[in-house]
Ligand binder design. Structure first.
Ligand code: AMO
Length: 434
């Protein structure tokens, strides 16, 4: 529709064609109002029964809610209209009639269960507050891409169908690939590392990761969006600096460009861009502080992974984004480098929001012999990863990087209860369609 005007751009004095969905029809007797909704907002269409063409008025009155219509007419100032203007129609064209029985009420007057909403995402995203989440998600991705480019990182895309997994064997989704066993990739880890040894040096990727996690929780998905970064000649502290920069850039982008969406979500007042440096706690300090909260039944000891309740207690204690550094080597993956002066300590780090983990990263093992030994220690067959390990023989620079969960960033930024709210079509134990 070449001549279509967004409802938000309709100014008094204009002759326009607006198009969108019938939000509601309010019949007040002699006069009726059709409220038309599009991406930009809503506009009132006036229907005067005695003054206007009978057929035109009837079309406007009879059309079912959520039908798609286009309306041509003149825009007039009308202080009593919700947006201060209204359209006096000359023509109403019903482009797609909607059923009168809707599986979900897009006006939001009737609440729907999350599962009903996810089954009917198209209708669900006609609600301003749901649409706002995805406009903000898009802004977050735009801002992080900008921030990465500002760091001179090159955007890459790596395969999602792979021959071997890297992030733990039980969480792999097997598929068949022309009769051969293959898997959905759990992360771009090995590929992004291979690229720091290429001429690209510093790279990032925004793409899907697949995890066959058994547990169904409000913060796990089986298909998630990972925001990955990897840089040659970086150590873990420089990688943490980059991580902090990129996460802040996402908040700044939303603060600058999504005021309307934040207002829709009731967050405009409280929304804050994180300030100052994120505190960096060592793993040892972290477990001491968790133990000191007295929230856990059993005290944590060196080598324990942090349980969810522990993360929560520590998050409340710290009260802002923070890093946990210097993890025990034994609980970090084989590709993470140990400290040179203490092999029991790794350069691995996590970046946490008070509610949950957002990022894992670290400096990588770039020395061939150490890398191969690490595979064996983790029970992986180095021969299967020869495509990766052999590149470490041909000049692989020291490097570091991280992976940030895209949905968790959206979820924590907006205070969403369930990670599924941050995905259009989530994949979880129960959900493979739509
Ligand atoms: P990790 O497995 O910790 O590290 O993943 C990195 C971040 O991705 C997000 N994430 C998930 N989000 C939702 N559902 C899931 N099932 C899920 N799994 C992970 C989390 C997590 O912090 N290769 C390393 C990263 C690196 O070292 O560069 C990795 O994948 O926010």
């Amino acid at each position: 529709m070449q001549n279509r005007t967004y409802t938000a751009d309709a100014e008094p004095g204009d002759s326009v064609t607006v198009a969108g969905w019938v939000h509601e029809v309010r019949d007040l007797g002699g006069i009726a109002f059709l409220i038309l909704r599009d991406k930009s907002g809503k506009i009132q269409i006036k229907l005067e029964k005695d003054e206007m063409d009978e057929e035109l008025v009837e079309t406007g009155l009879d059309v079912a809610r959520e039908s798609v219509v286009s309306v041509s007419g003149d825009v007039k100032e009308e202080p009593r209209a919700p947006t201060g203007v209204e359209v006096v129609p000359e023509d109403i064209d019903v482009m797609a009639e909607a059923d009168t029985q809707l599986p979900l009420d897009p006006s939001g007057k009737v609440d729907a269960e999350l599962s009903t909403r996810l089954d009917n995402r198209t209708l669900d995203l006609r609600k301003d507050e749901v649409k706002a989440v995805f406009e903000i998600r898009a802004e977050i991705l735009r801002s992080v891409r900008d921030a990465f480019r500002g760091l001179n990182a090159t955007e890459i895309n790596t395969p999602k169908i792979v021959a071997t997994g890297t992030e733990g064997g039980t969480e792999l989704f097997p598929i068949t690939y022309f009769g051969q066993e293959a898997f959905m990739n759990q992360s771009p880890q090995l590929f992004k590392q291979l690229m720091v040894g290429s001429g690209l040096e510093r790279v990032f990727e925004v793409g899907p990761i697949f995890r066959a996690e058994e547990h169904n929780t409000p913060r796990h998905l089986n298909e998630a969006t990972s925001i990955d970064f990897e840089s040659a000649f970086f150590d873990h502290t420089e990688a943490m600096d980059a991580c902090e920069h990129v996460v802040k850039a996402a908040y700044e982008g939303v603060a600058e460009n999504c005021q309307r969406e934040l207002e829709t979500l009731g967050l405009a007042e409280e929304f804050e861009v994180p300030e100052g440096e994120f505190p960096r706690l060592t793993y040892e300090e972290a477990i001491e502080r968790i133990n000191a909260t007295g929230e856990l039944d059993e005290q944590l000891v060196w080598g324990d992974d942090l349980p969810t309740e522990g993360e929560r207690a520590l998050g409340e204690d710290v009260g802002e984004h923070y890093f946990i550094t210097d993890w025990p080597s034994e609980i970090k993956p084989f590709y993470i480098k140990d400290h040179d002066d203490d092999e029991t300590l790794s350069t691995g780090f996590d970046m946490m929001h008070p509610r949950m983990e957002l990022v894992s990263g670290g400096q990588r093992e770039h020395r061939f012999e150490h890398l191969v030994a690490g595979f064996e220690q983790q029970g992986l067959d180095p021969d299967q990863f020869e495509y990766y390990t052999k590149m470490f023989k041909y000049g692989m620079p020291p490097h570091a990087g991280w992976g940030l969960g895209g949905e968790r960033l959206v979820m924590t930024m907006l205070g969403l209860d369930n990670i599924r709210e941050a995905v259009l079509f989530p994949r979880d134990r129960q959900r493979l369609s739509p």
